[in-house]
Unconditional design. Sequence first.
Length: 200
Amino acid sequence: CHWCHVMAHESFEDPEVAAKVNEHFVSVKVDREERPDVDAVYMQATQAMTGRGGWPMTVLATPDGRPFFCGTYFPPEPRQGLPGFTQLIEALADAWANRRDELEEQADRLVEAIGREAPLRSDAPAPQLGVVDEAVLSLAHTADAQWGGFGSSPKFPQSSAIDLLLRHARRTGSDTSLSIARSALDHMATGGIWDHLGGG
């Protein structure tokens, strides 16, 4: 996303900002394509706290993962009513050091609000293997034989779908699943969306 790249360039790639963040917090970058489950939980928290959501998503959480501060894009310096990212990090580090109880209470309230909105069901049955076969069949129907990937619109890497196909091929010996996954990966490798410097 555009603002993800902007914030990465303005803040995360700045050695001083990175040092400030790493001095006070353990940084974790979540790829929402790889972990949509994690993204969904923190997006709910961001929307509950701010009334809106989006990416980049900036979430500060307790050591056990309960969010106590959420937002989206923050500029490096204060601008248009937004605090600067460094200023924000310093304020939240101070709050964590001196008013941790308040932040813990806020995290508890936020988790409770999210739980009321979408309760987690620990008693839900595990998906049946037939669901995997249905998903693979659906991917096979949308596979683009000419350009790789899925569908005919402009493509984004579908790592979860490719991973599912590879696992399905290994479990069942399906040549079709392996062929679709290999086609998608081959087209990525010959296209422009790979690391031209480091490979991969």
